[in-house]
Design a protein around this ligand. Structure first.
Ligand code: DNO
Length: 361
């Protein structure tokens, strides 16, 4: 595996490439072209400039998170053809720039959803949190206003103001889209893009829906083992793969995370590994990565990734806000650096135990 950190780019991120380069064992970053809108064709010169900036800092551009999907593709309106063509051109240009992993999601309207971005924990850190009753009390169109005050002056991916300005229309546009239609539209999209992925060896890595159930009555399909295996089989090409995000699948305690990882052997192209602390089935917060701080056994997750021979990019996911850092919620430097170091430590121990015959594959 390759340890990476998500980086939002100069001018968008409070964290610098130089700081990332100093985290032991982090050799790459996952980035995107901020400022591009879903559906837009990416310019080769912009892709190459991003790559050069990262390489000049001694790091590798290990993949893109995300090339976002235009709503026309998810809804299945006739103009999707043009947007899929645009997506193919962007993939072509990424492939030509030697980028081989693209993360995306197929969530209608909202990307991830949380009820709080700065819940205080007993140690004084603040974290993103989810409470079902709080979400149920929010009018979806007001969701953006509800949380935007806690963004620390940053623009959080998935919550861009331009997009949120059209939330009401988006809800209307999705009104006839149910789970089956969303599956069909995803299949259509994947079948169209697989030839370019085959040509340039681009691994597509779908991000799960977060939380892993329907919110605000919108369809959500990338939520559990059954659905994700259905998706793998409906377009059975190794380039059709997943981002295994423990914090997203893990929102549903019925998801057996190590078992899901093992069932996706060869199809996990990217991993987001983080812990959650459940206070009840209906309320969770994003803990430190360490197993004992949350509800997941992080050793078991890393062991499952090791067992399936996972060799793609991995990143610590949302971190707590600690040590008075002011950054994009979930994406400060300090706690993610601790997370990367911890995950690297688990991996080293698993690898050495395996070499010494202590753990079996
Ligand atoms: C949240 C992220 C998601 C993810 C997208 C992928 O912090 O994990 O916004 O990047 O869903 O397209």
């Amino acid at each position: 595996m390759q340890m990476t950190l998500r980086w939002y780019g100069t001018g968008y991120d409070t964290v610098t490439l130089r700081q990332i380069r100093q985290i032991p064992g982090v050799t790459g970053v996952i980035s995107t072209l901020y400022g591009t809108q879903p559906g837009e064709v990416w310019k080769s010169e912009d892709i190459l400039a991003l790559k050069k900036e990262i390489e000049d800092a001694g790091l590798q551009l290990a993949g893109i998170e995300s090339v976002n999907i235009h709503d026309a593709i998810k809804i299945g309106t006739p103009d999707r053809e043009q947007y899929i063509d645009n997506y193919i051109t962007t993939l072509e240009r990424l492939g030509q720039a030697d980028v081989h992993m693209v993360c995306y999601n197929f969530m209608p309207v909202f990307d991830w959803t949380r009820s709080e971005l700065a819940r205080k924990r007993p140690d004084g850190s603040t974290v993103l949190a989810y409470n079902q009753a709080a979400i149920d009390a929010i009018v979806p169109e007001k969701m953006f206003e509800t949380i935007s005050g806690e963004m620390n002056g940053t623009v959080m991916p998935g919550w861009e103001p331009e997009r949120m300005a059209h939330v009401k229309e988006l809800f209307e546009a999705y009104k006839d889209v149910d789970d089956e239609k969303l599956f069909a539209n995803l299949k259509y999209f994947l079948e169209r893009i697989m030839p370019v992925c085959d040509k340039y060896d681009i691994n597509m890595a779908i991000h799960p829906d977060d939380p892993a159930w329907s919110v605000f009555g919108l369809p959500r399909i990338i939520i559990n083992k059954k659905n994700i295996l259905r998706m793998m089989q409906m377009v059975d090409n190794p380039h059709n793969g997943v981002t295994f995000c423990s914090g997203s699948y893990g929102t549903n305690l019925e998801n057996d995370l190590p078992d899901m990882i093992r069932s996706l052997k060869g199809r996990i192209h990217f991993a987001h590994v983080r812990n959650l602390k459940f206070n009840s089935q209906e309320d969770f917060e994003e803990a430190a990565h360490l197993s004992s701080d949350g509800s997941f056994d992080m050793y078991e997750l890393m062991l499952a990734l090791y067992d399936i021979g996972f060799d793609g990019p991995i990143r610590p996911d949302h971190g707590r806000m600690i040590w008075d850092e002011v950054a994009m919620p979930g994406y400060g430097l300090y706690d993610r650096a601790l997370g990367a170091t911890y995950l690297n430590g688990l991996w080293e121990a698993i690898e050495k135990s395996h070499e010494r015959g202590i753990t079996k594959r």
